[in-house]
Design a protein around this ligand. Structure first.
Ligand code: C2E
Ligand code: CA
Ligand code: CA
Length: 587
């Protein structure tokens, strides 16, 4: 900002660095001012100069080729030091100028006049200069015009500096300003702290119900309240809706604790009478230096902030390990999206389910596999939880459905009649048209819905969601067989089960695996199976790995078993071989 530089040396330096930097639009506009100065004051040469601790930089010059000079030989140093218009009628008579290389190299410069370019609070950040090849003077009126031109240039620079760099709601400098300030900063190490004050969905909801003006009032008051609580000496930036940032040199971790403490219980007003408790989360970038790009510094602070929000912590510092995990998750998701769109690397494997009554194969479960180009086989337990929260889930489920149906069709043409069950997330069957679509796809393939089973997880989510329960009801009505997956691993209240339309209950490996060695597990499973049978469910035990467990399950009245004891999940071709071999040996 080209204001309030007097109190802050680093801000002044940042402003000078910004003026030094190349900006075509700004320099073109400045060129018009220097041309105007030449015309109005009848001067052959004019330029704008910016000075830092080492050099003078010449911008938008008329009839000059020099672009920078050493500070010691710049006329403009005098102008800046004096802080007012400085005129040298004949350079050759000036005691110092003889030592200036620029003059010896360009002895034709005989006249110099410079006027400081000042910010609103009077800090000189550059000069507007006139040169002539012969000694001369300026009349009072000419000096007046010259100073007015310098005032116009200063005004132009101030507004150029601010255009697009102010957050119009809070009137704080915005994210673009912050990124520019980082890029021109000479500070060696610093941290960027971001404070999140409002949950975005809540803000949007509020805008919907109360209107945008109310939200803007709130944001404005947030900025005021934050500044009042934090008493920052550093500039506060508004970097996104309800998000504010500042730089700090405080390397102590306790500093964040301190900030969080100060913001405790902070409120901002929706209207003069209605305060709102702010939900504050803070993230900081960790120690950064100018070797990093501004974008990376901001990304680190945002990464820390999002970790804080997702873990429900008040503040967190950037953590490379967590960040890499997120980056990996993200690249896995990107990879999966590509795999889906190009239909490359994804395939289904099938694991048989065996009846304990007659040893027949009652069907197979389709399980998704992904052979990643560089990571090799990635198991669904790793990528499904990532996909579930994204819109990709719908596409992935669609892929599984299409491939399972295609396989069913193929098997039917080979005379193999094996029902296939697929795994669905609650979000899948909560869609109102899901059952219809599935029904349609099956009929298009000339298959009856009874050949496709649906396995659903997340009992608790289903119970809470009328849409999910309704979706299952629709599937059941159309003749799809429904299994409840992972029973016994988490929420397993049998009373509530009655609310879920269900044909088969799959007992989770975690409660089945110990029954051969642990009496208590055996008693629990016996009672669970008895109850489920009394309620007329088909009971399937999954993850069974040994014969002894199979025998106990048979004795307990369990209907079906799925597990390595019979077969691992296999590719369709291997399953066909296994299926025929087994049928042969059974007959
Ligand atoms: P799940 O539905 O409970 O599937 C059973 C998991 O147990 C499978 O793991 C299977 O390979 C494994 N398993 C089968 N028999 C045994 C055994 O005897 N011992 C042991 N230790 N494990 C056995 P997988 O294939 O890694 O799948 C993990 C989970 O990923 C599945 O659990 C399911 O929740 C999910 N999943 C798999 N495919 C899909 C899919 O197409 N869509 C969705 N939404 N989820 C899927
Ligand atoms: Ca399953
Ligand atoms: Ca399961």
């Amino acid at each position: 900002m080209l204001t309030d530089l007097r109190s802050d040396e680093s801000k002044k330096r940042a402003a000078i660095n910004l003026l030094k930097s190349h900006d075509e639009v700004r320099d073109e506009a400045l060129k018009k001012y220097t041309l105007l100065a030449c015309q109005l004051l009848d001067m052959p040469m004019c330029f704008v100069s910016v000075l830092d601790d080492e050099k003078q930089y010449i911008k938008s010059a008329q009839n000059m080729t020099v672009t920078e000079t050493n500070l010691g030989e710049a006329f403009c140093t005098n102008t800046l030091e004096q802080g007012e218009t400085y005129i040298c009628p004949d350079t050759h008579r000036h005691p110092d100028f003889k030592t200036y290389d620029a003059i010896t190299e360009a002895p034709f410069v005989r006249f110099y006049a410079g006027c400081p370019l000042k910010t609103q609070d009077g800090v000189a950040v550059g000069t507007l200069c006139l040169l002539d090849t012969q000694p001369r003077t300026l009349s009072g009126e000419q000096i007046n015009i010259f100073e007015q031109l310098a005032g116009l240039v200063s005004g132009f620079l101030a507004s150029w500096h601010n255009v697009g760099y102010i957050d119009i709601v809070t009137l704080l400098p915005n994210r673009q300003r912050m990124l520019k300030d980082i890029s021109v900063s000479k500070e060696s190490t610093f941290k960027l702290v971001i404070i999140d004050c409002i949950d975005m969905p809540f803000a949007y909801e509020m805008a919907r119900s109360l209107g945008m003006t109310v939200v803007e009032n709130l944001l404005r008051d947030m900025a005021v309240q934050l500044q009042a609580r934090l008493q920052l000496t550093e500039q506060l930036y508004a970097v996104a809706v309800g998000r504010f940032a500042y730089f700090t040199h405080d390397k102590e971790n306790s500093a964040l604790e301190n900030v969080a403490q100060r913001l405790r219980g902070i409120q901002a007003k929706i209207s003069p009478e209605v305060p709102l408790d702010l939900d504050i989360h803070i993230g900081d970038s960790g120690c950064c230096d100018n070797a990093m790009t501004p974008g990376e510094i901001l990304r680190r602070a945002v990464s820390a902030l999002h970790e804080a929000i997702s873990h429900g912590h008040r503040y967190m510092t950037y953590d490379e390990v967590l960040d890499n995990r997120k980056k990996n998750d993200f690249s896995l998701l990107t990879g999966l999206r590509e795999a889906l769109h190009e239909d490359r690397g994804l395939y289904l494997v099938y694991q048989p389910k065996v009846s304990l009554l007659n040893g027949q194969i009652t069907g197979v479960e389709a399980l998704l596999r992904w052979k990643h180009a560089t990571h090799g086989e990635v198991l669904p337990g790793l990528f499904i939880p990532l996909v579930e929260r994204t819109s990709l889930m719908r596409e992935l489920t669609g892929w599984v459905i299409d491939h399972a149906i295609a396989q069913l069709g193929q098997w039917r043409s080979q005379g193999i009649s094996l029902p296939v069950s697929i795994n669905l997330a609650a979000s899948d069957f909560s869609r109102p048209d899901f059952a219809d679509e599935l029904d349609h796809k099956m009929r298009n393939a000339g298959l009856t819905p009874a050949l496709l089973g649906v396995e659903c997880l997340e009992t608790e989510k289903m119970l809470e969601s009328p849409a999910a329960l309704n979706g299952l009801e629709m599937l059941k009505l159309r003749g799809f067989k429904i299994s409840l997956d992972d029973f016994g691993s988490g929420y397993s209240n049998i009373n509530y089960l009655r609310q879920i339309p269900m044909d088969i209950i799959k007992l989770d490996r975690s409660i089945v695996s110990k029954i051969a060695s642990d009496k208590a597990s055996r008693i629990i499973v016996r009672n669970v199976v008895r109850l489920l049978k009394q309620l007329d469910y088909v009971v399937l035990a999954e993850g069974v790995e040994d014969d002894k467990t199979v025998e106990i399950l048979r004795a307990l009245g369990c209907d079906e078993v799925q597990g390595y004891v019979y077969a691992r999940p296999m590719r369709a071709g291997d399953l066909e071989v296994w299926y025929h071999d087994r049928n042969k040996s059974q007959s």
